[in-house]
Design a protein around this ligand. Structure first.
Ligand code: SF4
Length: 228
């Protein structure tokens, strides 16, 4: 059955489970999900495994992840039976490090562009719809997001978790007895690349990301699809 999302309000009234099914019924094999495989990613990954298990999940392998993140990803892939696609920058990690060294210190926006934004833009060219687990309560930028957005590159971006809170995430994790990222107990409430992530000191999950660099988004949710 072909379904059409006529307006965001129709989508808002659905449960997250039904948002996933609704999206899959509309886009089928043209749908892909992205995940950073941290603790807060677990509810969406678990729901995907239960309701739309065939949908591929992209993991952006930047070459700078904590070994704990790679191990946690592998654990979740096995436990949930996820269909994961790993993508990297065009030049490969070794060449990037040779050519750019510690670019994350000098120009983190360019580093994120080369290792995250461009690879995802390239991967998304094979699909029509992109589902992501971002939530409104994470950053000021994400407060402006909508459940369904038409990007300039022709991709439909779907954010089924937008109205979930941090509390909702942890309630879901605990009720379903799901695993937590191993760095959580060391104070890493949000986990990105190792050089750009520190433990959160004020309880704000995003405060440990790019600390002191005036940046709190990698570009996937504020640049991708906006300039093509
Ligand atoms: S988070 Fe840091 S290391 Fe990772 S791609 Fe961005 S700037 Fe580079």
């Amino acid at each position: 059955m072909t379904m059409t999302i006529k307006k965001t309000s129709e989508f808002v009234d659905l449960s997250v489970e039904d948002r996933l099914k609704f999206t899959y019924e509309k886009f089928g094999n043209d749908l892909v999900v992205t995940s950073s495989f941290q603790s807060q990613s677990v509810p969406l990954l678990h729901l995907i495994s239960k309701h739309i298990p065939k949908v591929p999940v992209i993991f952006l392998d930047t070459g700078f992840h904590f070994p704990e993140t790679i191990a946690f990803k592998d654990q979740l892939v096995k436990q949930f039976g996820l269909n994961v696609i790993e993508i990297t920058n065009k030049m490969g990690h070794g060449t990037f490090k040779q050519e750019y060294g510690q670019l994350y210190k000098k120009d983190p926006d360019q580093c994120c562009y080369i290792n995250k934004v461009e690879p995802l833009e390239r991967a998304l060219s094979d699909y029509k719809a992109w589902m992501t687990g971002i939530r409104s309560d994470q950053t000021e930028q994400r407060k402006k997001a909508d459940y369904i957005q038409q990007l300039d590159n022709g991709i439909t971006k779907i954010c089924p978790m937008l109205d979930w809170t941090n509390h909702d995430v942890w309630t879901y994790v605990h009720i379903n007895e799901l695993p937590e990222h191993p760095l959580l107990e060391k104070g890493y409430l949000s986990v990105g690349c190792a050089p750009c992530t520190q433990p959160s000191e004020d309880g704000d999950a995003r405060s440990g990301r790019w600390k002191g660099q005036g940046k709190n988004e990698c570009g996937l949710h504020n640049k991708l699809g906006k300039d093509s």
